[in-house]
Design a protein around this ligand. Structure first.
Ligand SMILES: Nc1ncnc2c1ncn2[C@@H]1O[C@H](COP(=O)(O)OP(=O)(O)OP(=O)(O)O)[C@@H](O)[C@H]1O
Ligand SMILES: [Mg+2]
Length: 421
């Protein structure tokens, strides 16, 4: 029976057949797997091809000696982590020190005592395993920490940004209401004044020369005609600012620390409103058409602010993909489009599809999309966090599903599925 279920093997390096057979026997008796090399150079070649768990290295050999062999193994990145135990009759202090200074982990004097060989081999194999295990753990923990850090930084950024936006939207509200609340009375007053002026004209058709000149200088008939138009555009403008302020507030709901029932269409619309400047035509950049086919959705129990973040990240990516396609001249015969469709499926999942006809995603990149920090965009344009955050929010926080379908050169569709309850 194999008492050492190690998958690896031990390499014995010795030019002396007697030593080799003693060591082989010792290792064999304990079930260790081993291989043999009879000089330093072949030991190095073997170790490069196939790394042993441990090397038992003779010092005095023809060709390069054990010290030189050890030195070469330790400078080679492929072999430098293999523990080396010297086996030698040179029990003097100097050669021991030299061996250790070259990176050996231990020393076994000749002639061999079988028990000692086994004991030392076992200790060092164990140490190597433990070191490997620790290194793996450190690397796993580091990775987990990095991910947690990304999450924290992003959440911190989001909540600060959310508060800022909510604050600005709130502060905008008062001045906008001054404007919008006063437009209606102003309209009434100007209509009244216009009527009065017309009445004057009717009752006093021949005013004095001074008044006639003043009317002419003012171009009264034009002013009377233009005034209602100006008021209407003021009204339209203030309504737009009001909508924007509402969208900003609903987008950055600072009350969304808990799940609440929410209308996801409202979230989609406020996100689109915030992205509007990127959808409009601009220079030789055509406008991006948004086609909505909203189904009838119930209120969904969710973290509203975070769901909006998901919509924002996916929609912003769609706009980026369309921009990229436009820049590559691939949209000359096509209208850049984003299609948003919602429905509820038989399993009580709300399904939101967001599709674009932009550059698409190459097959080989698809599995990396949701990795934190994975981006194909230039520095400053993308941080590679958008989709990993979206994934966390949809899959981890809402127990939903986030899927992607894409065909390079044709377009991309993201599908979000969120349980209603
Ligand atoms: N609609 C899409 N069309 C084509 N490629 C996409 C689309 N959405 C995402 N990608 C690809 O996935 C990558 C990762 O997206 P993600 O949103 O995580 O990061 P980013 O957009 O690069 O940066 P960030 O969102 O942090 O600013 C993008 O760099 C892009 O290559
Ligand atoms: Mg993005």
């Amino acid at each position: 029976m194999n008492k050492n279920p190690n998958t690896g093997f031990i390499l014995i390096v010795d030019d002396n057949p007697t030593n080799l057979s003693v060591l082989s026997e010792a290792l064999n008796s304990e079930g260790f797997r081993f291989r043999v090399a009879v000089d330093g150079e072949s030991a190095i070649a073997q170790s490069e091809r196939n790394q042993p768990e441990l090397i038992l290295l003779d010092v005095q050999m023809p060709g390069i000696d054990g010290f030189e062999t050890c030195r070469r193994l330790k400078v080679n990145p492929v072999t430098q982590n293999i523990p080396i135990i010297f086996t030698t009759a040179l029990a003097d202090m100097d050669s021991k020190t030299k061996g250790f200074s070259l990176g050996a982990v231990d020393y076994i004097p000749k002639p061999f005592a079988q028990e000692e060989v086994i004991a030392r081999v076992r200790v060092h194999l164990q140490l190597k395993q433990l070191t490997g295990f620790l290194e793996q753990q450190v690397s796993d923990r580091t990775k987990a920490l990095q991910q947690a850090q990304v999450k924290l930084v992003q959440q911190e950024k989001l909540s600060t940004l959310g508060e800022l936006i909510a604050g600005i939207a709130h502060e905008m509200n008062n001045p906008i209401s001054f404007i919008s609340n006063n437009i209606l009375p102003l309209k009434e007053y100007t209509t009244g004044i216009t009527k009065l002026l017309l009445l004057y004209k009717q009752e006093y058709p021949n005013p004095t020369a001074k008044i006639t000149t003043a009317i002419k200088d003012l171009d009264l008939s034009f002013v009377l005609e233009d005034m209602p138009k100006i008021l209407s555009s003021l009204q339209l403008g203030s309504e737009r600012i009001q909508n924007l302020s509402n969208s900003l507030r609903s987008f950055s709901r600072s009350d969304s620390d808990a799940k609440i029932l929410a209308d996801l269409h409202l979230g989609l619309d406020s996100t689109l409103m915030i992205l509007q400047h990127r959808l409009k035509a601009n220079g030789d950049h055509p406008s991006i058409e948004v086609i909505k086919s909203y189904g009838t959705l119930p209120q969904v129990n969710c973290y509203v602010g975070e769901m909006n973040q998901v919509f924002m990240n996916i929609l912003a990516n769609a706009v980026d993909a369309l921009d990229e396609a436009i820049m590559q001249g691939k949209m000359s015969n096509l209208i850049p489009q984003i299609q948003i469709a919602t429905e509820i499926d038989s399993e009580q999942l709300v399904i939101i599809r967001i599709a674009d006809n932009g550059v698409g995603i190459p097959e080989r990149l698809k599995k990396r999309l949701f990795e934190p920090l994975f981006t194909t965009k230039t520095v400053g344009k993308g941080t590679g966090l958008g989709l990993s955050i979206a994934y966390q929010i949809v899959v981890e926080k809402h127990k939903g599903v986030l899927e992607v379908n894409s065909q390079p050169g044709v377009g991309t569709e993201f599908i979000i599925k969120i349980p209603i309850i």
